[in-house]
Design a protein around this ligand. Structure first.
Ligand code: ADP
Ligand code: MG
Ligand code: MG
Length: 895
């Protein structure tokens, strides 16, 4: 351990691996914290130290390393040199190090790492001598350093090095970098150094410490690389965390056939099955194994090559899984028969594996069900509800690769990330097809329905990133011959060109020609009751965890439904009532003409006659809903949208009328409609005559709806109707409607609650008053967001939200996840003041936020009684409501 001579007042920016542990991820990043943890477990980790995220944040602020950092790096480096018995870049016996990024949250391949730091024109000979005179190895290591250093530290375009490497291989008549001998590599180093000088205006640095310092700064800066920024936005990782830097003594997997490098999982990350899963590549360094440069072998085959290392690796994997109580992934290198651990972390996994592993660990007695619930989430459950391919028509299978991230994706093949983005913008569904992906493909991967690669395994870049995003991915389909220049791939005599439709199954790894129809997932079949909970391990895992969530949650979950069919499905999915029935949906189809009559009515009699005809239709709708939701509450919202939405568009009518007049015919009804549309035109219909305002202006409209509700309730045993008035901003509005409704309710022997939506900011701010006239509040967070921000939803998302997201004004659209600070504050005020004024008041939320995982946690925290969401979101909301309760539990435990 480094003897620190710092004064107490200077912050500690550097930690030896012996000084850290896995709980220090904020400070040391995930990689550094886990390297420290493994070191302290006594596992074979090459020695090294970690520079903190604090130092990175300071650096990014000022552009310089913070005061005190450099001397501390010096001390820790000296200690490392002493431990290794070698000096960094020494001419005769050099110590080399890697300089590796590592943030709190894993961002695979998004930031930079430089290997072999310390190699110079002089120490390269020392390295060869160290390796028993292996010149090829030494020069291969040197060219890798110049390449990585040039690209990441000095922004030399990476392709330039790639091209030079290709040229060298061509000259040596070899396809493989192993075919380059020492002389060829020496020449390549010369070319690389020229490229370096050409692009940077200086020679490749020959001072090892300067190399180290420049590499550290470059890793700091890589936190803000475009692709890292994009990845964080996609994964909702905060932008201000910074990365730590790990300086690790190099070990070499490129020292010949008894050396190599690999990656592994302690269980199958796709299914959760225990076993040995990984890839190994002999005589290779670092990224070679994930970059798909050469074909890897399955980890099991290492047993035949190096039984001792293999056995040790399995023992370590078991130890790690026991220690972390979870699936781990690891990176390792074997240097001449000696195993070294280079990285571990709790591994990313598919949604299915998350559920299966969590319940397996419960059965193994490693964790309890609360912990299992913490380890899954609503986004994963939503993904498991995606449909799968229906293969009954026996579609033509093109090939089979590795099912790396599940799902059924159909789209047009594209071979370039930019094309993928452009086509997706046009509304096309695309499948990104590549040999392998790299971080520059990220925008294309986001835009695509699915990803198909011809190289790499479950641990390749494509696989890891796709799994993280929940995107369908098949990789390593190695009989695909992908020709990026021609924009096509060939397989088994088929040519698939850009624009041809293919179907990709990320669960089985199968790829089909054309569009394959999709069918419901087993999890949905289980919810529907057509599949038994014990039918398969995944369904049973979902069943157990969801049942546990139901037992612990405080929030009830209702659904938004306007038809008996939706209500019935939602009930099967676990809905505990209807939180929002949109009655305007009942005015569509042939009933539209009745609404037209209502709008065109010239006299009270005409109007009443139209309402009279609507009444039995509405009543029948409600009877059906109440029956499906017997014994559960059904909240019916009185008509909300502006009435002109029920009339034909102005242009259509204007044309019809003009044509009729042209022909000398009487436009009749169309002319009346046209006049009505013109009369009712509004500049801002969302802020116009709608909601409660309609009820106050059009006599008899709300009364008809209330009557239909009450009469239906009187007919159905176990009906629990709740009448909800939309768009209220002042208590007087609600009082007027309430008085009218109570008269009708009083004529029947039914119990009907009357409440209001809280969706106008004024309603939230005067909730104490409004509570006096309400039995319940239901937050309409779509309108509340729209009016709280002053965003016209239909306009803004396409017009400028991309820019707001880019600038980080918000990390995710406030229509997707509730804006806790602003709109959420309105919700809080309304809950607090409403409850203070009327303790028995009930609170819920309807609108899309009710099914959004993040938002559900917020609604739990502010103390709502229920959320309401679309039928397919009901299981997601149940799970998240349970997780919110468990999360609250664990914070109060530690307090
Ligand atoms: P990433 O975060 O992208 O995985 P890493 O920092 O893990 O980047 O490093 C990239 C590759 O280099 C990995 O394969 C890793 O195992 C290898 N590597 C890193 N440090 C060393 C080292 N000291 N000796 C040998 N290989 C190393
Ligand atoms: Mg790594
Ligand atoms: Mg609304």
């Amino acid at each position: 351990m480094a003897q620190s001579t710092m004064e107490a007042s200077v912050e500690k920016f550097v930690y030896d691996f012996e000084e850290g542990n896995r709980d220090l991820k904020d400070l040391l990043g995930g990689k550094g914290a886990n390297l420290a943890e493994m070191t302290n477990l006594g596992l074979p980790v090459p020695p090294g130290f970690t520079i903190t995220t604090d130092a990175c944040r300071e650096f990014l602020k000022t552009g310089r390393p913070p005061e005190g950092m450099d001397p501390q790096v010096g001390e820790h480096l000296a200690a490392l040199e002493a431990k290794m018995g070698r000096r960094l870049g020494d001419q005769h016996d050099p110590l080399l190090v890697s300089v590796r990024s590592g943030a709190k949250f894993s961002m695979p391949g998004m930031m930079e790492t430089v290997l072999n730091v310390g190699l110079t024109d002089r120490s390269v000979d020392g390295l060869a001598a160290q390796a028993g005179g292996d010149e090829r190895f030494a020069w291969d290591s040197y060219r890798r350093l110049i390449q990585m250093f040039g690209k990441t530290v000095c922004d030399v375009p990476g392709e330039e090095f790639e091209h030079a490497l290709d040229d060298a291989k061509r000259a040596a008549k070899t396809k493989d970098d192993l075919g380059l001998d020492a002389a060829a590599l020496k020449a390549l180093v010369r070319t690389y150094k020229e490229l370096f000088r050409e692009h940077t205006g200086r020679d490749f640095p020959q001072d090892p410490r300067e190399q180290l310092d420049l590499a550290v700064s470059a890793v700091f800066r890589s936190w803000n690389a475009d692709r890292a920024v994009l990845y964080r936005r996609q994964e909702r990782i905060p932008t201000d965390l910074g990365t730590a830097v790990n300086v690790v003594a190099m070990v070499f997997g490129n020292l010949g056939a008894d050396s190599g490098t690999g990656v592994a999982f302690t269980r199958d990350p796709a299914t959760g099955e225990p076993g040995v899963y990984g890839d190994y590549l002999a005589n290779a360094q670092g990224e070679d194994v994930v970059a798909g440069i050469r074909n890897t072998i399955p980890l099991q085959e290492l047993a035949g090559k190096d039984q001792k290392s293999y056995d040790e690796l399995l023992k370590i994997m078991a130890k790690l899984e026991e220690h972390y109580r979870d699936l781990c992934d690891i990176e390792f290198t074997i240097e001449r028969g000696k195993l070294w651990m280079l990285q571990t972390r709790v591994g990313k996994r598919t949604a299915a594996a998350a559920f299966v592993i969590a319940t397996q660990l419960v059965d193994e007695g490693v964790i309890d069900l609360d912990e299992a619930l913490r380890r899954v989430n609503g986004a994963q459950l939503a993904q498991l509800m995606f449909p799968t391919f229906d293969l009954s028509q026996e579609p033509e299978q093109l090939t089979r690769g590795v099912g790396a991230s599940p799902g059924a994706a159909v789209g047009k093949a594209v071979f370039d990330a930019k094309h993928a983005v452009a086509m997706a913008k046009e509304g096309e569904q695309v499948i990104l097809v590549r040999r392998e992906t790299n971080p520059d493909d990220l925008p294309g991967m986001i835009a695509a329905q699915g990803i198909l690669t011809s190289r790499g395994g479950k641990t390749s870049h494509a696989a890891v990133v796709a799994r993280g995003m929940g995107k369908t991915c098949v990789c390593g389909a190695d009989d695909l011959d992908v020709n990026l220049h021609k924009g096509q791939f060939t397989v088994d005599g088929h040519v698939v060109s850009e624009g041809d439709v293919i179907s990709v199954d990320g669960t089985t790894g199968r790829v089909y020609l054309g569009e394959v129809p999709v069918q419901p997932s087993p999890v949905v079949q289980y919810f529907e009751g057509t599949l038994d909970a014990e039918a398969d391990p995944l369904v049973s895992a979902v069943h157990r965890i969801l049942t546990h969530a139901d037992g612990g949650r405080r929030l009830r979950v209702r659904t938004n439904a306007d038809t008996g069919e939706d209500a019935a499905r939602a009930r099967r999915f676990g809905a505990q009532g209807i939180g929002l029935c949109r009655t305007e949906h009942m005015f569509l189809g042939e009933r539209r003409s009745l609404v037209e009559r209502l709008i065109l009515a010239r006299t009270a009699e005409d109007r009443d006659a139209a309402l009279e005809e609507l009444l039995p239709l509405q009543r029948a709708d409600f009877v059906e809903l109440f029956r499906e939701m017997r014994d559960l509450p059904v909240t019916v919202r009185l008509i909300d949208p502006p009435l002109h939405e029920f009339l034909p568009p102005l242009e259509d009518l204007a044309v019809k009328v003009a044509v009729a007049e042209e022909r000398g015919q009487d436009p009749g009804h169309d002319k009346d409609l046209l006049d009505a549309v013109r009369r009712m035109h509004e500049e801002n219909p969302m802020l116009g005559l709608r909601g409660v305002r309609l009820g106050l202006v059009i006599p008899g409209l709300f009364a008809m709806q209330v009557r239909a509700i009450v009469e239906a309730a009187a007919q159905v045993d176990g009906a629990h109707p709740e009448i909800m008035v939309p768009l209220v901003g002042a208590v007087q509005e609600l009082e007027t409607i309430r008085a009218e409704a109570e008269k009708i309710i009083g004529e029947h022997d039914v119990d009907v609650k009357i409440g209001t939506m809280i969706e106008v900011p004024r309603a939230a701010l005067t909730a104490g008053d409004i509570a006096q006239a309400a039995d319940f509040f239901s937050f309409g967070t779509n309108d509340l967001t729209q009016m709280g921000w002053g965003f016209s939803r239909d306009d803004v998302e396409g017009a400028f939200f991309w820019r707001y997201l880019e600038l980080g004004i918000f990390g995710v659209s406030p229509f997707e996840s509730i804006d806790r600070d602003g709109v959420g504050r309105l919700v809080r005020i309304a809950v607090d003041e409403g409850r203070a004024a009327r303790p028995e008041l009930h609170f819920g939320v309807c609108g899309e936020h009710g099914g959004d995982p993040e938002s559900v946690h917020f609604f739990h925290e502010v103390g709502l009684d229920y959320v309401s969401c679309s039928p397919f979101r009901v299981p997601v909301a149940r799970l998240e409501a349970g997780r919110a309760a468990v999360a609250e539990q664990s914070t109060s435990d530690t307090r």
